[in-house]
Design a protein around this ligand. Structure first.
Ligand code: SF4
Length: 350
């Protein structure tokens, strides 16, 4: 069995052509900083981040809709804290609250049940944003709404799935050589889904845990595959990720949601990349489908390039000057999973 010392040595001594590896999940990005991974490996192995932050890819029209709902009489938006500072085309939810709108920050979607039951004169709308990791929880919330016959709680969904986004990146960003597959999402969807991507796009997809040694082992696996001209899916996180994923969670998703095309902020429309409520559950939908719209990107913001792995955040001219977590210009600076926010928190680190 190969030792960690040998893995680090191989990664450090690599002196071939530059290899660009995309880590898709914000937790991997954080762990890369926390463990000083860049300082351990050759500068010819370049680590870049991808579209793995759900708040970052939620279009501005969705935030606009939340702002409108929160401003209506006897309406209240329920949300996780991450969404509060994301700007729509006019304002963020934080700014809407300052202007008199009603918004409550929750830690669990299920808290919404109690809140709705306590005040039946208010129409509550939960901002359901996320990837496959959080969607099953919204399914459980819908079970509760149905069971308790709650009539004043709906969802405004911006629920996206990861594989179409990875296909989009593979199709459009040809210079990415390999992927560290998203860890948490893979727990739900399983690792088999990456086999097809690896074969179709001829790039290694490696599933890894979040500890420093897990990431190093995954990078080493990628390096070995590239050196030997292979492009395979490898699951190096078998304790948490199975071939088929969490079937119970998948069945909750399939019960309530169906695949639809959807817009990703900074990217545009990706076919069959969203989970929307099925027609038979439309009474729980607060209006989650939007007409064609033009995404307004703030002047100078390079979130699109960050999300697609074209640049790292410090290459954006606004990074840590005009754009900081306290005064975020783009969504990538707002969320705990946002790449720019993670780089800002770890600025000076490697
Ligand atoms: Fe967008 Fe701010 Fe990141 Fe620049 S630093 S890409 S403006 S979030």
């Amino acid at each position: 069995m190969i030792t960690l010392e040998r893995i680090v040595r191989e990664l450090r001594d690599y002196d071939g052509e530059e290899i660009k590896i995309m880590e898709v999940c914000g937790t991997h990005t954080s762990s890369i900083f926390k463990n000083g991974i860049r300082s351990l490996i050759s500068p010819k192995i370049r680590l870049i981040s991808g579209p793995g932050c759900p708040v970052c890819v939620t279009p501005s029209v969705y935030v606009d809709k939340l702002v409108d709902i929160a401003g209506q009489e006897r309406h209240c938006v329920l949300t996780f804290g991450d969404m509060m500072k994301v700007k729509g085309s006019r304002m963020s939810l934080t700014e809407a609250v300052a202007a008199g709108a009603r918004v409550r920050v929750l830690y669990s979607p299920l808290d919404a049940v109690k809140i709705a039951l306590e005040d039946k004169n208010t129409q509550y709308v939960f901002a359901a944003v996320g990837f496959e990791t959080t969607t099953p929880v919204y399914g459980v919330l819908l079970d509760e709404i149905t069971k308790r016959e709650i009539h004043n709680l709906k969802l405004l969904t911006s629920l996206k799935i990861m594989v179409p986004a990875l296909s989009y990146v593979c199709e459009n960003e040809k210079n990415i050589d390999a992927f560290l597959a998203p860890g948490h999402v893979s727990v739900i969807i399983g690792c088999d889904v990456y086999k097809e991507l690896a074969q179709k796009y001829k790039k290694p997809f490696v599933v890894a845990g979040f500890e420093g040694e897990h990431i190093l082992a995954a990078l080493y696996e990628i390096l070995c595959q590239i050196k030997s001209g292979r492009h395979e899916m490898r699951n190096l996180y078998p304790n948490a990720v199975t071939e088929k994923g969490n079937l119970a969670a998948q069945s909750v998703i399939q019960k309530y949601f169906e695949l639809k095309d959807d817009s990703w902020r900074g990217i545009g429309t990706i076919e069959k990349s969203a989970l929307k409520l099925k027609p038979e559950y439309s009474k729980f939908d607060a209006g989650s489908s939007f007409d064609e719209f033009e995404e307004k990107i703030p002047a100078g913001c390079r979130c699109r390039d960050v999300i697609l792995g074209r640049i790292n955040p410090p290459e954006c001219p606004l990074f840590s000057g005009a754009c900081t977590p306290l005064n975020a210009v783009g969504p990538c600076m707002v969320s705990t999973e946002g790449v720019c926010g993670i780089w800002y928190k770890n600025r000076g680190g490697k």
